[in-house]
Write a protein that binds this ligand. Structure first.
Ligand SMILES: [Zn+2]
Length: 220
């Protein structure tokens, strides 16, 4: 597999949560190499990999990959086009759970700390200055990665779809196949090529800003 290290680096966890530290590197299990950030996971048949990976690493129990049942063609060019059409950062109207103020977490009140003339610390609560104490906002500046794209009616984070696009580009694949559409809290399954599969969880409660309608190979 070309660009193997780069390919796996797209999927590993880069955050600070201690309980996800085991996901910072790819790992080996039952004849496959896995990499995941807990929202997206790739598994590659070990025979396709040149590097060696830690069989003790990673999660104790792995999510199950749904059985393939469809063949929607996912074109890399089309995916890149739709990602690029979303501004890097944009002010958008928000509603519902998305409209919750990030500053006060929807509470409408924020805690302030101040020191008096004797050097003692005090706390007080004030109306949140971002939402004027309402707990909700009408617009937010949202980065591209946090926006949602609907694929055949189910929303996915643009940031995760971008990882898939980058990974496809790393190993030189012009298209992949969606072999299971996300439903009933099961993830979407994408076969990038024989022996390389990705699962990705849908995002709930985010209005998609773009839609991708894919056709099954036999509908063309
Ligand atoms: Zn607020």
């Amino acid at each position: 597999m070309q660009n193997e290290k780069l390919f796996f680096s797209r999927f590993v966890y880069n955050g600070e949560f201690i309980n996800r530290a085991c996901l910072k590197k790819p790992f080996e299990r039952n004849g496959f190499v896995y990499a995941s950030d807990a929202r997206i996971m790739v598994r590659v048949e070990k025979s396709l990999c040149e590097e060696s990976y830690d069989p003790q690493g990673g999660l104790k129990s792995l999510p199950s990959f749904p059985a393939p049942e469809s063949n929607y063609k996912l074109d890399l060019k089309e995916l890149i086009e739709i990602l690029k059409s979303i501004p890097r950062c944009e002010t958008v109207a928000v509603s519902g759970k998305e409209a919750e103020c990030d500053e006060c977490e929807g509470d409408g009140r924020v805690e302030w700390t101040y020191e008096d003339s004797n050097g003692e610390e005090h706390y007080d609560y004030f109306d949140c200055p971002i939402c004027d104490g309402k707990g909700k906002v009408k617009t937010k500046e949202i980065e591209r990665e946090e926006r949602a794209i609907a694929i055949n009616g189910t929303s996915f984070k643009a940031g995760l779809l971008q990882k898939i696009a980058e990974a496809m580009n790393d190993i030189g694949l012009p298209y992949g196949v969606i072999t299971y559409q996300a439903k009933n809290s099961q993830p979407m399954l994408i076969q990038l090529q024989e022996g390389i599969e990705v699962i990705i969880m849908p995002c709930i409660g985010i209005e998609p800003c773009r839609e991708l309608h894919l056709k099954q190979a036999n509908e063309e």
